[in-house]
Design a protein around this ligand. Structure first.
Ligand code: HEM
Length: 405
């Protein structure tokens, strides 16, 4: 992966300047989604494009400016499980913040979280390709996210960043995610701190440019856009593929992500109450803003090398490109300059639906045996890939600098 660094990609002849014309496509869409559709059903209606996370942002900015983050990161490394006490030795103001930030919202419904676990167990095979790949690939055509990731510290290792977000996705539905022995409350709070650091650091990058629409990165609207690239995209694809879904389990899945949005610092008034209102929000804030950017094209190129150097024979650039085209559509694949794959593209288009139907016991025949085997193997290889990633402990460190390249 080293020789596929951002710098070497820049040398491939595609300069940011040449592709810079693409940047005009980046536009904000007005937020007209009503608080009535949110989880509490009420809210001020303030435009979340200009709402950030003032408490965490001010605190982290002070700690960065005082040079305290390396010590904080070192102490926080040992803080992993939800029920663990906040470690000693942290600056008092951070300790106080963590103390309440790690608490679940009072509307958490543990019965629904248990339904989410069943959803993950039953549908885990599809989640590898959906969280790990579809959501990750989609993030490269979310202009603000692509630019923020590319110019922040994590942009120099896209694979690691995508695995961490995919791991967070998996963890959301794991058995003990929000139980005292689970890790998700801590992971989400650490992510919240990292986002606060990015809001402070990125405006200092010579590459990232603020605008009247986007004075600072990672607004609450941006977080909800990315949120839709995760659970909403998973749900949309499962429905499109005809995967049978138990209503209680899909509601549980939604609930686990509502809690996660809260833990990432999103106000309740922006968190959709139902899948219907989530879809409405996605139609308004995700679908119309998808666009290519020079940065996103580079990041997608890095992601297509996900399987580089590992012994999973189906995760090749060609197959991953065909999957991108199949899952995200021709327009996105063309934006990302991913060519149509002559064998896999038509195969996915004609046989994926019947394959799911046979796999789910809805049809008894309809897919050639070799095709069935190959698709099943593809799902298995994604699971294997992410299982290997999942075994590694997730370490989220608050960044102290931008991408140096
Ligand atoms: C960091 C998840 C929204 C940009 C992270 C990390 C995770 C994560 C797990 C830690 C990764 C690491 O330490 O390498 C999420 C989730 C989101 C979300 C689940 C929404 C549901 C966003 C949005 C943006 C963004 C909307 C930008 C517009 C970043 C950046 C980093 C980061 C720049 C720091 C990477 C670094 O330089 O260390 N996020 N994120 N994220 N996220 Fe997010």
């Amino acid at each position: 992966m080293e020789d596929l660094s951002r710098r070497s990609l820049l040398r491939t002849g595609e300069t940011l300047g040449a592709a810079g014309a693409l940047a005009v496509a980046i536009q904000a869409v007005p937020w007209t989604w009503a608080p009535a559709w949110s989880r509490p059903g009420v809210g001020s209606g303030a435009d979340p494009h200009f709402v950030y996370d003032p408490e965490a942002d001010d605190l982290i900015a002070r700690l960065i400016d005082r040079g305290e983050i390396p010590r904080v990161n070192q102490i926080l490394r040992g803080w992993t499980t939800n029920g663990q006490p906040i470690p000693a030795g942290l600056p008092g103001e951070l300790r106080d913040f963590l103390h309440h930030a790690v608490q679940l919202p009072d509307w958490t419904d543990h019965r629904k979280l248990a339904d989410a676990v069943r959803f993950n167990e039953k549908r885990g095979t599809y989640l590898g390709v959906l969280y790990g790949f579809a959501s990750g690939m989609m993030s490269t055509v979310i202009p603000r996210e692509a630019r923020a990731v590319y110019y922040s510290k994590g942009g120099s290792d896209m694979k690691s960043r995508i695995s961490k977000t995919a791991k967070l996705g998996y963890d959301v539905g794991s058995l003990n995610a929000y139980q005292p022995d689970g890790e998700l409350a801590v992971t989400a709070v650490k992510t919240r701190l990292s986002h606060a650091a990015v809001r402070h650091l990125l405006p200092q990058s010579p590459h990232w440019r603020s605008s009247a629409d986007e004075p600072r990165p990672i607004s609450q609207a941006d977080i909800m856009v990315t949120w839709h690239s995760l659970p909403t995209t998973v749900m949309r694809n499962m429905r499109r593929w005809g995967v049978p879904l138990d209503p209680a389990e899909s509601e549980g899945f939604l609930h686990s992500w509502q809690v996660t949005a809260y833990m990432l610092g999103v106000e309740d008034q922006y968190i959709p109450a139902t899948w219907e209102t989530a879809d409405l929000q996605a139609q308004q804030v995700l679908d119309p803003i998808l666009a290519p950017t020079p940065e996103g094209i580079k990041l997608a190129d890095m992601l297509l090398d996900l399987g580089y150097n590992i012994d999973l024979t189906l995760l090749t650039r060609g197959v991953l490109g065909a999957l991108t085209r199949f899952i995200l559509g021709d327009q996105v694949a063309d934006w990302l300059r991913i060519p149509r794959e002559p064998v896999w593209s038509p195969l996915l288009e004609t046989a994926w639906g019947p394959f799911i139907a046979v796999r789910e016991g809805l049809l008894t025949a309809g897919v050639p045996r070799e095709t069935y085997w190959m698709f099943d193997e593809l799902l298995r290889q994604f699971v294997l890939y992410y299982m290997a990633e999942l075994r590694m402990p997730i370490t989220i460190e608050i960044p102290t600098f931008n991408n140096p390249n």
